[in-house]
Design a protein around this ligand. Structure first.
Ligand SMILES: Nc1ncnc2c1ncn2[C@@H]1O[C@H](COP(=O)(O)OP(=O)(O)OP(=O)(O)O)[C@@H](O)[C@H]1O
Length: 885
C-alpha cells in the first residue's frame, strides 16, 4: 500500500526509567521492538500528542498487559517500510515474545495509537479487509512456525532416540554373543554349550586327514599346540552337523569314554560354499574296527576296552541332573566298531552322534523340536549289520521310544563286545592263534550283506555271532559270553541295560579269562566255581562262591593261596607277564561235595553210552555259570524218551556197582582216573537225575516225582512203578474192579473235558508202555501192591502244596478209604485257592516261593528288594495247572 505523504500526529510517551522491560522482570524485549526505528526526538514522560517527523508516518504503542492491568511503556512515531502498520487501529494479537507480557502495535492515522488493544487472531476469511487478513496471516504464520519447530524438534528427538536405541541394541547383541571365558580355557570359547573344554577355534591349523565317513571328513588339527580332531561337514550335511553339535553341547557330557568337545566353526570355502567344523579330542589310534583288524588284545587290555565301551554307552543312556544342569537320555542309534575310537591308553570312546537323539519316554527331540515317537515316526537309521531284529523287522515299540532305542543300542553293544572279545588272545588256549578279525555275521553273510540277508539271518533264524572254537573256558569268558548273549537277546525287553552291561564288565576284570590247565579231575566244571589245582600237593578243591563278584571278593580277601607253577614248569618271563592277570589270583581250598552246583554226582558219573541231545537252556540270563545246572528244571526243554533215560539209569547203576566212588578229599585218585570229567551241558539229561528232573518238571509234582524216583532208584521192579502210578488218587474215586484190568492212562482232559497239556506225549506214551507191559506180566502182583499202597499213610505235605497228578490210572471201584477222603479234602482246598474264591494266604508260605531276581544291576536289585519282594509262587503263574482239574 502507498506510504502516506502527509505528516501524522501520534501519541508519545516514555516510562520514567527509560528501560524497556516487562513487569515480570524480563530483561529482553523482542528483537522486533528493538529493531524498530523509533523517532529520535525526546519522548515526554507524560503521554501527549506529537507530530511526527518526516518519514515517520506511523504510530506505535508498546505496553505491558498482565492480570493486574495494562501499563504503557512507550508510545510515539514509527518509521515502517512494510505495510503491516497500514491498519488504522493499533492492535496486537500476541505478546512480543512467548514468555513476556509486552505487546506492540503500530497503525497509520492521526493519534491512532491512542487506543491500543489485544485482539484475538481473526479467523482466516477470504474477502475480509487487508488489516484483518494481515493480522490473521501473521498469527497463522506464527502458529505454523511453532508447529513446524515443534515437529522438527520432535523428529530430531525421535531420530536421536532411535539412533541411541540402535546403538544400544548393537552393543547388547555383541555382548550377548560373547560367552564368558571358562576358567580353564586360555582363550575365549567359540562354541555353544556347557563344555568346560571350549576353546577359541579361530586359529586352528589342519594338519592331516584322519578318516572320512558318509557325512564328513575328519582331519587332524593343531589348536594352540594341542592336537585335535576336526570333523568337517559339507553344506549338504548341515543337519548332521547341527545334531552332533547339539549332542556334544549338552551339559554333563564329560566322560572319559566320550570324545571331548572343544567348539565349532562355520566357514565359507573358496568356492563360496559353507563348511561346518566340529573340534573334538583326538583318539590317536583311530577307529576300533581298524585297530582290531591289526591287533590282538591281552586280557587286561580287553577288560579296559570293554569297560570303557559299556561305560560310554551307559553314560549316554543315563539321564543326569546336577544343579540346574540336565542331561537327557541320549540314544546313539549307530553303535558299531567304526564309531568307537581307541585312545592312546587303549581305552575306547564313543563317537559320531550324527544320528543320536535326545529321548524322553515316548518323546524325542530332533532338529530342536520335541515329537511324539508314535505320531512322528523315527527314521530307521544305523548300520545294517548292527541293526536289532526289531529294527530289521520294522517292529520297534514307539510307545516307549526311550526304552526301545536304548535296547537297540544294547543289541549293537553286544556285537561290539563280541568283536573285541574274540580278538583277545588270552581267551584262547595257550598256543592257539587268535583267529583274524571278523565283523559280526561276516562268517554267515559276508562283507556286504543285504537287508534281506540280515533280516533272514537275524530275525527269522535268530542267528547270532559264534564264539570261535577254543575260545573261553574261564569265568571271565563266561561273563563276556553271557553279557553278549544278554545284550543281543531277540526279545528286546529281555536285553540288559547298558548300566548292567557296564557293571558286568567291571566285575569281569577280576576273573580269569580261561580255564587253568588241570590234572585229571572229576570235580571241576567251568561254572563259577574257582577250581584250581595245587600241583605240588595234588588235590582238587571246590569253593562255595556264588557269583563272579563274590569269587572276586573272596579271592582278593585271601592272598595266601597264590598259584605258583611248579619249578619244572616255570614260564618264560614274557609269558609270565601275560599270565599275571589270572595267575596271580589267590586260590581257595576246594572241598569235595561243596560248591554252587550241588550235583556232584553228575561229575562223578561215568560217560554215557551215546551223545545226548544238545539242549537249550530256557534262560541263562541270571546265571554266571558256564553250563546249566542239572538240577535246574529249565534244562529240560525237550521231551526225552523215558526208555532212554531209564536205560541210561540202569547202565549207570550197573557201572556204579562196579566202581567204588571215593567221597574223601583225595578226589584226584580213583575218581579222576576212573571217571573222566563230564561237561554239564552234555550230560544234563544223562543218568538218573535227568529222569528225576524230567518227572519233576513234567508232572509239576516234586514230591510225587520223588516218590516215583525213589522207587526206581531203589531198584524196585517195574511193577512197583506201575503200582505207584496206578495208585488211586484224589482225582479218581471210581470203584475198584474185582478183576484186574489193563492199565489205562487217563489225562485230565479225559476226566474233566478240559484240555490238559501237562502230560508230555513222549512221557505218557513211554509210561503207558511200561505200565502195560508190566501189568500184562504182573497184573496180579501189581494189584496186590496197589492195595498195599492204599493202606500206606499219606506222605506228609507242605501246606498249600497239593498233589495234582496229571496221570490217572483207572483201577476199579471201591469204598473211599481214609486216605482218599483226605485227598478229596485237599482237592477241595486246592480248587478253592486256585479258583480265586478263597484266600491265597495259605500259599504265602516262604518255603513255597521261588525267587526271580530280574536282570537288573545289583544296586537296583538291592534298592528294589528293600521296597518290595520280587517273589512269586510258580503255581500261581501257571494257568495250565488249573487244567489238571
Ligand atoms: N576324534 C577322532 N580321532 C581320531 N580319528 C577320528 C576321530 N573322529 C573320527 N575319526 C576317524 O574318522 C572316521 C570317520 O569319522 P566319523 O565316523 O565320525 O564320520 P562319519 O561321517 O560320521 O562316519 P560314518 O557315519 O560313516 O560312521 C572314523 O572312522 C575314524 O577313523
Amino acid at each position: 500500500s502507498p506510504v502516506p505523504n502527509r505528516q501524522y500526529s501520534c501519541m508519545s510517551f516514555q516510562e520514567n526509567d527509560n528501560s524497556l522491560h516487562d513487569d515480570d522482570g524480563d530483561q529482553d524485549l523482542s528483537g522486533e521492538v528493538q529493531e524498530q526505528q523509533i523517532e529520535s526526538t525526546p519522548v515526554p514522560t507524560e503521554s501527549h500528542k506529537s507530530t511526527c517527523q518526516k518519514g515517520y508516518t506511523f504510530c506505535f504503542t508498546l505496553w505491558n498487559q498482565t492480570a493486574n492491568g495494562t501499563r504503557v511503556i512507550k508510545q510515539g512515531c514509527w518509521e515502517e517500510n512494510t505495510d503491516r502498520c497500514s491498519q488504522s487501529e493499533c492492535t496486537s494479537s500476541a505478546p512480543t515474545t512467548t514468555t513476556s507480557s509486552l505487546y506492540y502495535c503500530c497503525c497509520s492515522g492521526d493519534l491512532c495509537n491512542a487506543q491500543y488493544a489485544v485482539v484475538e487472531p481473526a479467523p482466516l476469511e477470504l474477502g475480509s479487509n487487508d488489516a484483518r487478513n494481515s493480522i490473521t496471516n501473521r498469527a497463522t504464520a506464527k502458529q505454523h512456525q511453532s508447529f513446524l519447530a515443534s515437529t522438527m524438534l520432535g523428529l530430531a528427538g525421535g531420530l536421536t532416540a532411535l539412533m541411541i536405541g540402535i546403538f544400544l541394541a548393537v552393543q547388547y547383541c555383541r555382548t550377548a554373543k560373547e560367552k564368558p571365558e571358562p576358567e580353564e580355557s586360555p582363550l575365549a570359547p567359540s562354541g555353544p554349550g556347557y563344555s568346560s573344554n571350549l576353546r577359541n577355534v579361530d586359529n586352528m591349523n589342519l594338519i592331516s586327514m584322519l578318516g572320512s565317513g558318509k557325512y564328513g571328513t575328519v582331519m587332524k588339527g593343531l589348536l594352540h599346540d594341542q592336537e585335535v580332531a576336526v570333523k568337517i561337514y559339507p553344506e549338504e550335511h548341515h543337519q548332521y552337523y547341527v545334531n552332533e553339535r547339539n549332542i556334544y553341547a549338552l551339559p554333563l557330557m564329560e566322560c572319559p569314554a566320550l570324545l571331548s568337545y572343544f567348539g565349532y566353526d562355520e566357514r565359507c570355502t573358496m568356492d563360496g560354499r559353507m563348511e561346518y567344523q566340529l573340534v573334538l579330542s583326538l583318539a590317536p589310534l583311530g577307529c576300533l574296527q581298524d585297530w582290531l583288524i591289526a591287533n590282538t588284545l591281552t586280557f587286561s587290555q580287553c577288560c579296559g576296552m570293554l569297560r570303557s565301551i559299556t561305560r560310554g554307552i551307559s553314560h549316554l543312556h543315563t539321564e543326569l541332573r546336577l544343579g540346574d544342569q540336565h542331561k537327557p537320555c541320549v540314544a546313539h542309534r549307530d553303535i558299531n566298531t567304526r564309531n568307537v575310537l581307541v585312545q592312546a591308553d587303549l581305552s575306547c570312546c564313543i563317537a559320531d552322534f550324527g544320528f543320536a537323539l535326545k529321548v524322553f519316554g515316548s518323546k524325542y527331540e530332533y532338529k530342536g523340536e520335541v515329537a511324539m515317537a508314535e505320531t512322528k515316526s523315527i527314521n530307521e537309521v544305523g548300520t545294517l549289520r548292527y541293526m536289532a531284529p526289531e529294527l530289521l523287522e520294522g517292529a520297534v515299540n514307539l510307545r516307549d521310544c526311550e526304552t526301545s532305542l536304548k535296547q537297540m543300542d544294547v543289541y549293537a553293544l553286544g556285537l561290539v563286545l563280541w568283536e573285541v572279545a574274540t580278538r583277545c588272545s588270552d581267551f584262547y588256549a595257550p598256543g592257539q592263534t587268535t583267529p583274524p578279525y571278523k565283523a559280526p555275521y561276516e562268517q554267515e553273510v559276508g562283507s556286504h550283506p543285504s537287508f534281506d540277508q540280515m533280516q533272514a539271518l537275524v530275525v527269522r533264524h535268530k542267528a547270532r555271532p559264534l564264539f570261535p572254537a577254543g575260545w573261553g573256558g574261564g569265568a571271565a569268558a563266561k561273563v563276556v559270553r553271557d553279557t553278549c548273549e544278554d545284550c543281543w537277546d531277540h526279545d528286546a525287553d529281555a536285553r540288559l541295560t547298558s548300566l548292567c552291561a557296564e557293571e558286568r564288565m567291571q566285575e569281569m576284570s577280576g576273573l580269569r579269562p580261561r580255564a587253568q590247565a588241570q590234572p585229571a579231575s572229576p570235580l571241576l566244571n567251568t561254572n563259577n566255581l574257582v577250581a584250581t589245582t595245587n600241583v605240588e600237593q595234588g588235590f582238587n578243591v571246590i569253593t562255595t562262591t556264588t557269583t563272579a563278584a563274590a569269587v572276586h571278593h573272596q579271592m582278593s580277601s585271601d592272598t595266601t593261596g597264590l598259584i605258583q607253577p611248579p619249578p619244572n614248569q616255570q614260564l618264560p618271563l614274557a609269558a609270565l607277564e601275560r599270565e599275571k592277570n589270572h595267575l596271580s589270583y589267590p586260590q581257595q581250598q576246594l572241598q569235595p561235595y561243596q560248591g554252587r552246583n550241588p550235583c556232584q554226582e553228575r561229575n562223578l558219573a561215568p560217560l554215557p553210552l551215546r551223545t545226548p541231545p544238545v539242549l537249550v537252556e530256557r534262560s541263562k540270563k541270571h546265571s554266571f555259570q558256564t553250563q546249566p545246572q542239572e538240577n535246574s528244571l529249565s534244562c529240560l526243554e525237550h521231551d526225552v524218551s523215558v526208555e532212554e533215560l531209564i536205560a541210561s539209569h540202569h547202565h549207570q547203576q550197573q557201572q556204579q556197582k562196579n566202581t567204588i566212588v571215593s567221597s574223601s578229599g583225595n578226589t584226584n585218585s580213583s575218581l579222576g582216573q576212573g571217571f573222566p570229567k563230564q561237561q554239564n551241558t552234555d550230560h544234563k539229561l544223562r543218568g538218573w537225575h535227568g529222569v528225576r528232573a524230567l518227572i519233576n518238571k513234567k508232572l509239576f509234582r516234586k514230591e510225587h516225582a520223588e516218590e516215583l524216583c525213589r522207587q526206581l532208584q531203589l531198584g524196585e521192579e517195574k511193577s512197583n512203578l506201575v503200582t505207584a502210578l496206578r495208585r488211586p488218587n484224589n482225582l479218581d474215586l471210581s470203584p475198584r474192579l474185582d478183576k484186574p484190568t489193563p492199565v489205562q492212562l487217563r489225562s485230565a482232559e479225559q476226566r474233566t473235558g478240559t484240555p490238559a497239556h501237562i502230560v508230555p506225549r513222549s512221557l505218557s506214551s513211554s509210561l503207558i508202555k511200561h505200565i502195560n507191559g508190566s501189568t500184562n506180566n504182573n497184573s496180579i502182583q501189581s494189584h496186590g501192591s496197589e492195595l498195599q499202597t492204599l493202606t500206606r499213610p499219606a506222605p506228609k505235605r507242605r501246606p498249600g502244596h497239593l498233589r495234582t497228578n496229571s496221570l490217572m490210572v483207572s483201577t476199579g471201584q471201591g469204598p473211599p478209604t481214609e486216605q482218599q477222603m483226605r485227598r478229596q479234602h485237599s482237592l477241595e482246598v486246592f480248587r478253592e485257592v486256585f479258583s480265586g474264591r478263597g484266600s491265597s494266604e495259605r500259599l504265602r508260605d516262604p518255603s513255597e516261593r521261588v525267587k526271580t531276581p530280574g536282570d537288573v544291576p545289583p544296586s537296583v536289585r538291592k534298592a528294589r528288594a528293600s521296597k518290595t519282594l520280587s517273589l512269586y509262587d510258580d503255581r500261581m503263574m501257571d494257568s495250565s495247572l488249573l487244567n489238571i482239574l
